[in-house]
Design a protein around this ligand. Structure first.
Ligand code: 4AD
Ligand code: MG
Length: 499
């Protein structure tokens, strides 16, 4: 057998005999030839089998989508071929001939695809997202490793809440109720007092009883924590961090972004300085006549878009009725399905938008921003915006109140542009033991499980702080995805735990 080569390396093997292992992704047949589109996880390659190869031509004709196979053949560079080369097959062994693979070129709705997530991952689009996710993780770790941070693994089983009792997942721990970690932060603060600059990267859990396109119940967070850092330092760090992540994806994944249909122009604008505003200024934005007028305009535009799509759908249906059965018709069916889904979403949004616009106009200082407000605010900027100084009463107990106005805290949220909303939440921490204990009492927290946390303020307390970047929200933004569910291999959502 000739050397086993991955599809991504085929171009270096022109005119050589190679062996390829993979799965049948698609197939076209003429009378005397079969074109097998083979994928191996590193790319796809067209492999040509001729009828005179009687030993396996029939097998090639019979194999269905996702049949597993090993083949050998000669590489031919050919600019017209997808991927830039093809293989003239000399040997073919079907490892398993598959019939009736559930995910076909025919139209599938999102529910069906989610139910078949274990197979859906094989689609080029899903694979591209997972590759980008991987690069964002690598870039994130590289960023902190390169700046002298130490990676700290924080526990997943924790005795108490950190981000509000409302979203805790309880676990039975030998008869005692403990909880899945909502954040690694509190433990990371202990590590920062030991090592100075630390970060953690791990899964976090929130029993979010909301079915939104931004919420998972299990998500991954990258959290740095820095001794002696104050809120401005944290803003600088978060800004440099996000620029680094976006640059890494732009450098390494042009092809994948194109495959995803991501317009890279908005990503290319991501550079410092990011706009920095206060919570109060963000509230003023929601109230401003300018923003209100722009929202009405956008709504009108979207109403027209719905009308245009209705016409386009009718046109596609007509085309489909006239198209010959098979590939052309399947493709139209998929287009119709996608357009229907997009239209349903837009219609839903258009229907609820007048209420959102009203809510923005009447937003009361002191309330937390919901997803709709975040969308509106983030749309006003072409870069991520950093918002500081949220009202103390809507934020976590550990945040330090501002010395100039104790009603607000020294926190920051970063909202990604294009309407994506919050990707980072962070703050300077309360470093005074008495003030922290007082705040915990106000919040009616049981101090017993937090004695160790108070110790950090009793023995050599210093100003410090950090933030958490939600990996999946960042992937959704960078990839330009409508919903967070495609950013993680097996999403956990309210109402979904299979597969
Ligand atoms: O703003 P959050 O709740 O902040 C913390 O957990 C802090 N302890 C972090 C810190 O200071 N070390 O969450 C941080 C980020 C959010 O900005 C968001 O990107 C993401 O985590 N996130 C979620 N992502 C997906 N699904 C959810 N349910 C999320 N909740 C938060
Ligand atoms: Mg937050």
């Amino acid at each position: 057998m000739s050397d086993i080569v991955e599809i991504r390396d085929l171009r270096n093997h022109d005119r050589q005999e190679v062996t390829l292992r993979g799965w049948l992704y698609g197939k076209r047949t003429g009378g005397k030839v079969a074109f097998l589109l083979v994928r191996d996880g590193t790319g796809t390659c067209q492999c040509v089998v001729e009828a005179r190869q009687e030993a396996f031509f029939k097998d090639a004709l019979a194999a269905g989508q996702e049949s597993s196979l090993v083949l050998s053949g000669t590489v031919r560079l050919d600019e017209r071929a997808p991927g830039g080369c093809e293989i003239a097959v000399t040997r073919l062994r079907i490892l398993q001939a598959v019939e009736n693979y559930p995910i076909t070129r025919k139209a599938h709705g999102t529910d069906f695809l989610m139910e078949h997530r274990h197979l859906w991952l094989r689609s080029p689009r899903q694979a591209a997202i997972l590759r980008i996710r991987n690069s964002i993780i690598r870039a994130a770790r590289g960023f902190f490793d390169g700046r002298g941070f130490t990676l700290i693994d924080t526990p997943i089983l924790s005795p108490g809440a950190a981000e509000g009792a409302g979203t805790l997942f309880p676990v039975d721990y030998f008869g005692e109720t403990v909880f899945l970690a909502q954040t690694g932060q509190l433990y990371l603060e202990a590590a920062a007092m030991a090592l100075g600059k630390v970060y953690c990267f791990g899964p976090t859990f929130r029993a979010e009883k909301s079915k939104t396109r931004r919420h998972l119940t299990e998500f991954w967070m990258i959290e740095p924590e820095v001794a002696f850092a104050e809120i401005q330092d944290l803003q600088d760090l978060a800004e440099a961090f996000v620029c680094h992540l976006v640059q890494a994806v732009l450098q390494e994944h042009r092809g994948d972004l194109e495959l995803l249909g991501r317009n890279v122009a908005p990503l290319e604008k991501i550079a410092p300085p990011f706009p920095r505003i206060t919570y109060s200024q963000a509230v003023d934005l929601l109230h401003s006549a300018d923003v209100q007028a722009r929202l009405e305009e956008e709504l009108e535009k979207d109403r027209k878009q719905v009308q245009a799509w209705i016409a386009e759908l009718a046109h596609l249906e007509e085309q489909k009725a006239r198209a010959p059965q098979g590939w052309a018709q399947d493709k139209l069916a998929q287009q119709i399905q996608d357009l229907r889904e997009a239209m349903r979403e837009l219609e839903h949004s258009v229907e609820h938008r007048p209420q959102h616009i009203r809510d923005a106009r009447e937003f009361v200082w002191g309330n937390d921003f919901g997803g709709d407000e975040e969308t509106i605010i983030s749309r006003q900027f072409d870069r991520p915006v950093l918002i500081t100084g949220y009202p103390k009463k809507i934020k976590a107990f550990y945040m330090k109140p501002s010395p100039s106005n104790p009603e607000v805290v020294l926190n920051m949220d970063m909202l990604a542009p294009e309407g994506y909303g919050e990707i980072i939440g962070g703050s300077q921490r309360e470093d005074d033991p008495d003030a922290l204990e007082k705040r915990m009492t106000e919040e009616k927290m049981n101090p017993a499980p937090y004695q160790w946390y108070l110790d950090l303020r009793r023995y050599g307390t210093v100003p410090h702080g950090g933030f958490g970047l939600g990996l999946e929200r960042t992937v959704a933004w960078v990839c330009g995805l409508k919903h967070i569910r495609e950013t993680i291999p097996f999403p956990r959502l309210m109402g979904r735990i299979y597969p």
